[in-house]
Ligand binder design. Structure first.
Ligand SMILES: Cc1cc2nc3c(=O)[nH]c(=O)nc-3n(C[C@H](O)[C@H](O)[C@H](O)COP(=O)(O)OP(=O)(O)OC[C@H]3O[C@@H](n4cnc5c(N)ncnc54)[C@H](O)[C@@H]3O)c2cc1C
Length: 390
């Protein structure tokens, strides 16, 4: 992709999965688009796993299908989730199944690098897309366009700048949007394991001592761990050697999947809640973690970000011919479409995190009774599944 023009309909800042998907969706809607992103990281060696794994909902699958990215993913590397078992920190257990919810699967477990490679391949074929390997470092808004200065000295003009630059978004800071951040004082420890017993395409989740441990089914006899651990405990877990970590996970998951063998180095991600007072500014729209940061206990952050992308691309694709991509009317339409979904999911994930972090016997009794009640109500369970499916 060569540098062709300094004038774009849209410039996407940030090359995470949300930014790349945004660039592809916008360019496929016929908008001349620039993507500011570093070149893709090399793929993991054949036969090895990426330690970044996402549980993708049907809304994400639908968007990636529309963009012809899903069809290019290697089938045997996609792990369907057919069942989900959630264990409370006392007597309660919840079971959700794709069969009962009358859906083909509850989610797909996909390696980050797999989606990234497929997105990169699709982006390479877009005649309207200019990929620029530089960071944005200056933004001024004019009546007729946004002007972006890049670290490599170039300047770009765009009708709209899309901030897809993650939780510490530079674009968001330029808009003056107010951001509230609450640190969960937890770290998400992720690693992949080979498991002795079949996982049966089941996602497992345990709430334990204010921490949350999830084992997500990868293809074959592998699972992916997301352990939302208190910071000091996570620091200890991250220092363990692979065999010690596997032993800790076996213990914490009551040997549900038998002996585990750690096959990727553990990585840690500090967890926080972030909300912003607006998703838009003059000639700016925020998507993905730049717009919202939620606890990973429901595996929904990426799904939420991809729904931002779908909404923004649909809004711009349906724009009246006389409006530019940065028209405030369009930006307000985008923001209106996204508000409710973001608020609901943010509240739900934060509420659950708080509920299970609350110490004391009374709190434990109440939350486990609540779980048991939900488990006995097929309609409530179906509602929860449809909310999680997106
Ligand atoms: C432990 C854990 C498990 C998770 N599991 C799931 C899951 O199962 N399912 C799910 O849906 N979500 C999950 N999430 C959430 C998900 O990881 C995030 O929501 C998602 O990665 C956000 O993607 P993004 O592209 O918005 O941001 P990022 O991935 O942070 O990408 C932002 C990009 O912008 C670039 N950038 C920053 N500043 C600039 C600049 N000035 N100029 C140019 N580029 C810039 C950065 O280098 C980066 O490449 C999980 C999160 C954690 C922590």
């Amino acid at each position: 992709m060569t540098f062709q023009s300094r004038n774009f309909h849209t410039v996407v800042v940030g090359g995470g999965l949300v930014g790349k998907t945004a660039a592809l969706a916008l360019t496929q809607s016929g908008l001349r688009t620039a993507l500011l992103a570093t070149p893709a990281a090399p793929a993991p060696a054949a036969g090895s796993f990426d330690s970044r794994i996402y549980a993708l909902s049907s809304s994400s699958q639908a968007l990636l299908e529309r963009l012809r990215v899903w069809q290019a993913l290697e089938r045997d590397k996609l792990g369907p989730v057919l069942d989900m078992r959630v264990f409370g920190d006392a007597f309660a257990e919840l079971h959700f199944s794709a069969f009962q919810a009358a859906v083909p699967q509850l989610a797909w477990i996909v390696e980050s690098s797999l989606i990234e490679r497929s997105l990169d391949a699709a982006l390479r074929f877009q005649p309207n897309l200019t990929w620029i390997d530089s960071r944005a470092q200056g933004l001024t808004i004019h009546d007729d366009a946004a002007h972006l200065t890049l670290a490599n000295g170039d300047t770009l003009e765009a009708d709209l700048v899309v901030g897809a630059d993650g939780a510490h978004s530079w674009v968001r800071a330029q808009t003056g949007a107010k951001m509230l951040r609450r640190d969960y004082r937890q770290t998400g420890v992720v690693a992949n394991f080979k498991c002795e017993k079949p996982h049966g395409e089941t996602a497992y989740q345990w709430f334990r001592d204010g921490e949350i441990i999830a084992l997500l089914p990868l293809p074959g006899d592998h699972v992916s761990l997301v352990w939302s651990a208190k910071t000091e405990h996570a620091d200890t877990l991250l220092k363990l050697d692979p065999a010690q970590l596997a032993a800790e996970v076996e213990k914490a998951t009551q040997n549900m999947l038998g002996a585990l063998e750690c096959v990727t180095p553990a990585q840690g991600f500090p967890l926080a809640l972030q909300t912003v007072d607006r998703l838009i500014g003059p000639r700016v729209a925020l998507v993905g973690d730049a717009a919202h940061l939620i606890h990973p206990l429901a595996g929904q952050g990426m799904n939420l970000g991809l729904r931002d992308v779908a909404a923004l691309a649909e809004t711009l694709a349906a724009k009246e011919a006389f409006r530019s991509a940065g028209d405030p009317v369009l930006l307000r339409r985008y923001e209106r479409t996204r508000r409710e979904d973001i608020q609901k999911l943010t509240l739900a994930c934060d509420g659950l995190q708080k509920l299970f972090a609350m110490p004391g016997t009374l709190a434990r009794g109440l939350r486990n009774t609540g779980m048991a009640l939900v488990g006995a109500q097929p309609l409530v369970k179906r509602w929860l599944v449809s909310a999680a499916l997106g």
